[in-house]
Design a protein around this ligand. Structure first.
Ligand code: IPE
Ligand code: IPE
Ligand code: MG
Length: 237
Protein backbone atom coordinates (compact mmCIF):
# COMPACT_ATOMS: atom_id res chain seq x y z
CA UNK A 1 0.00 0.00 0.00
CA UNK A 2 1.12 3.51 -0.78
CA UNK A 3 0.59 4.67 2.80
CA UNK A 4 2.65 1.78 4.23
CA UNK A 5 5.06 2.86 6.91
CA UNK A 6 3.15 6.05 7.68
CA UNK A 7 1.83 6.42 11.21
CA UNK A 8 -1.74 7.72 10.82
CA UNK A 9 -1.61 9.30 14.29
CA UNK A 10 1.30 11.57 13.30
CA UNK A 11 0.25 12.98 9.95
CA UNK A 12 1.53 16.55 9.53
CA UNK A 13 -1.47 18.84 9.94
CA UNK A 14 0.01 21.38 7.54
CA UNK A 15 2.25 20.59 4.59
CA UNK A 16 3.80 23.39 2.54
CA UNK A 17 5.41 22.87 -0.89
CA UNK A 18 7.84 24.94 -2.90
CA UNK A 19 6.97 23.75 -6.39
CA UNK A 20 10.34 24.23 -8.06
CA UNK A 21 12.09 22.89 -11.17
CA UNK A 22 9.51 23.44 -13.90
CA UNK A 23 11.94 25.32 -16.13
CA UNK A 24 14.67 22.70 -15.80
CA UNK A 25 12.17 19.91 -16.46
CA UNK A 26 11.23 21.60 -19.74
CA UNK A 27 14.82 22.46 -20.75
CA UNK A 28 15.89 18.83 -20.30
CA UNK A 29 13.27 17.95 -22.89
CA UNK A 30 14.14 20.77 -25.27
CA UNK A 31 10.82 22.45 -24.52
CA UNK A 32 10.11 26.08 -23.63
CA UNK A 33 10.01 26.77 -19.87
CA UNK A 34 6.28 27.40 -20.03
CA UNK A 35 5.74 23.72 -20.91
CA UNK A 36 7.27 22.89 -17.55
CA UNK A 37 4.74 25.07 -15.78
CA UNK A 38 1.94 23.40 -17.74
CA UNK A 39 3.26 19.96 -16.75
CA UNK A 40 3.30 21.09 -13.12
CA UNK A 41 -0.50 21.09 -13.05
CA UNK A 42 -0.70 17.30 -12.92
CA UNK A 43 1.89 17.25 -10.13
CA UNK A 44 -0.10 19.79 -8.17
CA UNK A 45 -3.40 17.96 -8.42
CA UNK A 46 -1.84 14.59 -7.64
CA UNK A 47 -0.28 16.22 -4.57
CA UNK A 48 -3.69 17.54 -3.55
CA UNK A 49 -5.11 14.02 -3.87
CA UNK A 50 -2.20 12.65 -1.85
CA UNK A 51 -2.77 15.20 0.89
CA UNK A 52 -6.46 14.19 0.97
CA UNK A 53 -5.43 10.49 1.14
CA UNK A 54 -3.20 11.31 4.10
CA UNK A 55 -5.83 13.38 5.84
CA UNK A 56 -3.65 16.50 5.99
CA UNK A 57 -5.87 19.41 6.97
CA UNK A 58 -3.78 22.18 5.44
CA UNK A 59 -1.81 22.24 2.20
CA UNK A 60 -0.01 25.39 1.05
CA UNK A 61 1.83 25.74 -2.24
CA UNK A 62 4.15 28.45 -3.50
CA UNK A 63 2.94 29.38 -6.97
CA UNK A 64 4.48 32.83 -7.58
CA UNK A 65 6.88 34.78 -5.43
CA UNK A 66 7.34 38.53 -5.08
CA UNK A 67 10.74 37.92 -6.73
CA UNK A 68 9.30 36.06 -9.73
CA UNK A 69 8.44 39.42 -11.37
CA UNK A 70 12.13 39.48 -12.32
CA UNK A 71 11.46 36.82 -14.95
CA UNK A 72 11.02 37.65 -18.65
CA UNK A 73 7.65 39.37 -19.29
CA UNK A 74 6.46 36.51 -21.51
CA UNK A 75 6.97 33.95 -18.75
CA UNK A 76 5.29 36.20 -16.17
CA UNK A 77 2.35 36.74 -18.51
CA UNK A 78 2.10 33.00 -19.11
CA UNK A 79 2.06 32.30 -15.37
CA UNK A 80 -0.71 34.84 -14.77
CA UNK A 81 -2.90 33.33 -17.49
CA UNK A 82 -2.06 29.78 -16.50
CA UNK A 83 -2.98 30.31 -12.86
CA UNK A 84 -6.22 31.97 -13.87
CA UNK A 85 -7.09 29.06 -16.14
CA UNK A 86 -6.33 26.50 -13.42
CA UNK A 87 -8.77 28.26 -11.10
CA UNK A 88 -11.47 28.36 -13.74
CA UNK A 89 -10.99 24.77 -14.89
CA UNK A 90 -10.44 23.04 -11.57
CA UNK A 91 -12.26 24.87 -8.82
CA UNK A 92 -15.41 22.75 -9.16
CA UNK A 93 -13.54 19.49 -8.66
CA UNK A 94 -11.74 20.91 -5.62
CA UNK A 95 -15.07 22.08 -4.28
CA UNK A 96 -16.60 18.62 -4.80
CA UNK A 97 -13.71 17.14 -2.84
CA UNK A 98 -14.44 19.35 0.15
CA UNK A 99 -11.38 21.54 -0.33
CA UNK A 100 -11.42 25.15 0.82
CA UNK A 101 -9.27 27.37 -1.42
CA UNK A 102 -7.51 30.42 -0.13
CA UNK A 103 -4.81 32.76 -1.37
CA UNK A 104 -1.89 34.42 0.35
CA UNK A 105 0.08 37.30 -1.12
CA UNK A 106 -0.03 40.92 -2.17
CA UNK A 107 -2.94 41.97 -4.31
CA UNK A 108 -0.98 44.71 -6.04
CA UNK A 109 -1.52 46.37 -9.41
CA UNK A 110 0.76 43.90 -11.17
CA UNK A 111 -1.61 40.99 -10.61
CA UNK A 112 -4.21 41.05 -13.41
CA UNK A 113 -7.70 42.00 -12.25
CA UNK A 114 -9.16 38.92 -13.94
CA UNK A 115 -6.90 36.67 -11.93
CA UNK A 116 -7.84 38.45 -8.68
CA UNK A 117 -11.49 37.99 -9.61
CA UNK A 118 -11.01 34.25 -10.18
CA UNK A 119 -9.20 33.96 -6.85
CA UNK A 120 -12.11 35.65 -5.10
CA UNK A 121 -14.61 33.42 -6.86
CA UNK A 122 -12.74 30.23 -6.03
CA UNK A 123 -12.39 31.30 -2.39
CA UNK A 124 -16.08 32.23 -2.15
CA UNK A 125 -17.23 29.00 -3.84
CA UNK A 126 -15.24 26.81 -1.45
CA UNK A 127 -15.28 28.84 1.77
CA UNK A 128 -17.56 26.47 3.66
CA UNK A 129 -15.45 23.38 2.91
CA UNK A 130 -13.42 21.95 5.78
CA UNK A 131 -11.95 18.65 4.64
CA UNK A 132 -8.73 20.43 3.71
CA UNK A 133 -7.65 24.04 3.28
CA UNK A 134 -5.58 24.50 0.15
CA UNK A 135 -3.71 27.79 0.14
CA UNK A 136 -2.03 29.12 -2.96
CA UNK A 137 0.76 31.59 -2.19
CA UNK A 138 0.65 33.98 -5.13
CA UNK A 139 2.65 37.19 -5.40
CA UNK A 140 3.72 36.04 -1.97
CA UNK A 141 6.89 36.97 -0.13
CA UNK A 142 7.65 36.13 3.48
CA UNK A 143 9.31 39.50 4.03
CA UNK A 144 6.41 41.37 2.42
CA UNK A 145 4.02 39.49 4.65
CA UNK A 146 5.89 40.60 7.77
CA UNK A 147 6.22 44.17 6.43
CA UNK A 148 2.47 44.26 5.75
CA UNK A 149 1.75 43.00 9.28
CA UNK A 150 4.01 45.67 10.79
CA UNK A 151 2.37 48.36 8.63
CA UNK A 152 -0.98 47.35 10.07
CA UNK A 153 0.36 47.43 13.62
CA UNK A 154 1.65 50.96 13.08
CA UNK A 155 -1.54 52.09 11.31
CA UNK A 156 -3.59 50.76 14.20
CA UNK A 157 -1.44 52.73 16.62
CA UNK A 158 -0.37 49.67 18.61
CA UNK A 159 1.99 50.81 21.39
CA UNK A 160 5.49 49.30 21.52
CA UNK A 161 4.84 47.41 24.77
CA UNK A 162 1.86 45.72 23.08
CA UNK A 163 3.98 44.45 20.18
CA UNK A 164 4.58 40.76 20.73
CA UNK A 165 4.53 37.60 18.61
CA UNK A 166 0.78 37.30 18.95
CA UNK A 167 0.31 40.88 17.74
CA UNK A 168 2.36 40.18 14.62
CA UNK A 169 0.95 36.73 13.94
CA UNK A 170 -2.61 37.99 14.13
CA UNK A 171 -1.80 40.43 11.31
CA UNK A 172 -0.26 37.93 8.91
CA UNK A 173 -2.21 37.20 5.70
CA UNK A 174 -4.02 34.14 7.12
CA UNK A 175 -3.86 34.42 10.91
CA UNK A 176 -5.89 31.27 11.52
CA UNK A 177 -3.51 29.10 9.47
CA UNK A 178 -1.35 26.88 11.69
CA UNK A 179 2.39 26.86 11.02
CA UNK A 180 3.52 24.19 8.56
CA UNK A 181 4.75 21.00 10.21
CA UNK A 182 6.51 19.95 7.04
CA UNK A 183 7.91 21.93 4.13
CA UNK A 184 8.90 20.08 0.97
CA UNK A 185 10.99 21.67 -1.76
CA UNK A 186 11.58 19.96 -5.08
CA UNK A 187 14.37 20.33 -7.65
CA UNK A 188 17.39 19.90 -5.39
CA UNK A 189 17.61 23.52 -4.18
CA UNK A 190 18.28 23.90 -0.47
CA UNK A 191 16.66 27.22 0.24
CA UNK A 192 13.47 28.87 1.39
CA UNK A 193 13.32 31.59 -1.31
CA UNK A 194 11.24 33.93 0.86
CA UNK A 195 8.44 31.40 1.51
CA UNK A 196 6.52 31.62 4.83
CA UNK A 197 9.44 33.09 6.77
CA UNK A 198 7.51 33.61 9.99
CA UNK A 199 5.53 30.38 9.78
CA UNK A 200 8.43 28.04 8.95
CA UNK A 201 10.32 28.87 12.16
CA UNK A 202 9.98 25.31 13.49
CA UNK A 203 8.92 23.33 10.43
CA UNK A 204 10.71 20.17 9.35
CA UNK A 205 12.32 20.78 5.96
CA UNK A 206 12.54 18.01 3.38
CA UNK A 207 14.37 18.51 0.09
CA UNK A 208 14.09 16.23 -2.92
CA UNK A 209 15.84 16.21 -6.30
CA UNK A 210 12.59 15.40 -8.11
CA UNK A 211 11.61 18.24 -10.43
CA UNK A 212 8.14 19.56 -9.70
CA UNK A 213 6.42 18.27 -12.89
CA UNK A 214 7.56 14.73 -11.92
CA UNK A 215 6.32 15.04 -8.32
CA UNK A 216 3.46 12.69 -7.40
CA UNK A 217 1.63 11.75 -4.23
CA UNK A 218 4.14 8.92 -3.63
CA UNK A 219 6.88 11.57 -3.27
CA UNK A 220 4.68 13.39 -0.78
CA UNK A 221 4.22 10.15 1.17
CA UNK A 222 7.99 9.64 1.16
CA UNK A 223 8.46 13.15 2.56
CA UNK A 224 5.94 12.34 5.30
CA UNK A 225 7.88 9.15 6.17
CA UNK A 226 11.03 11.27 6.44
CA UNK A 227 9.11 13.78 8.60
CA UNK A 228 7.99 10.99 10.91
CA UNK A 229 11.61 9.89 11.41
CA UNK A 230 12.51 13.36 12.72
CA UNK A 231 12.58 14.30 16.38
CA UNK A 232 10.83 17.64 16.84
CA UNK A 233 12.12 19.29 19.98
CA UNK A 234 10.99 22.94 19.65
CA UNK A 235 13.96 24.01 21.73
CA UNK A 236 13.26 21.59 24.56
CA UNK A 237 15.19 18.36 25.15
C1 IPE B 1 8.90 26.79 -10.28
O1 IPE B 1 9.71 26.35 -11.32
C2 IPE B 1 7.73 27.61 -10.75
C3 IPE B 1 7.78 29.03 -10.40
C4 IPE B 1 8.73 29.61 -9.72
C5 IPE B 1 6.71 29.86 -10.88
P1 IPE B 1 10.81 27.28 -11.96
O2 IPE B 1 10.19 28.07 -13.05
O3 IPE B 1 11.49 28.07 -10.91
O4 IPE B 1 11.80 26.21 -12.57
P2 IPE B 1 13.38 26.24 -12.51
O5 IPE B 1 13.75 26.40 -11.06
O6 IPE B 1 13.82 27.40 -13.32
O7 IPE B 1 13.80 24.93 -13.07
C1 IPE C 1 10.52 29.70 -5.52
O1 IPE C 1 11.15 29.21 -6.64
C2 IPE C 1 9.21 30.32 -5.89
C3 IPE C 1 8.16 29.41 -6.33
C4 IPE C 1 8.25 28.11 -6.39
C5 IPE C 1 6.92 30.03 -6.71
P1 IPE C 1 12.20 30.09 -7.48
O2 IPE C 1 12.65 29.24 -8.59
O3 IPE C 1 11.62 31.40 -7.82
O4 IPE C 1 13.35 30.32 -6.40
P2 IPE C 1 14.89 30.62 -6.60
O5 IPE C 1 15.00 31.76 -7.56
O6 IPE C 1 15.52 29.38 -7.14
O7 IPE C 1 15.37 30.94 -5.23
MG1 MG D 1 13.05 27.74 -9.71
Amino acid sequence: MELDGIDPSRIPAHVACVMDGNGRWASKRGLPRTEGHAAGEEALFDTVEGALDLGTKWLTVYAFSTENWRRPPDEVRYLMGFNESILVRRRDELNERGVRMRFAGRRDWRVPKRLLRQMDEAAALTEKNRRMTFTIAFNYGGRSEIVDAVKRLVAEGVKPDKVDEKAIRSRLYLPDMPDPDLMVRTSGEFRISNFLLWELAYSELVFTDVLWPDFRREHLFEAVREYQRRDRRFGAI
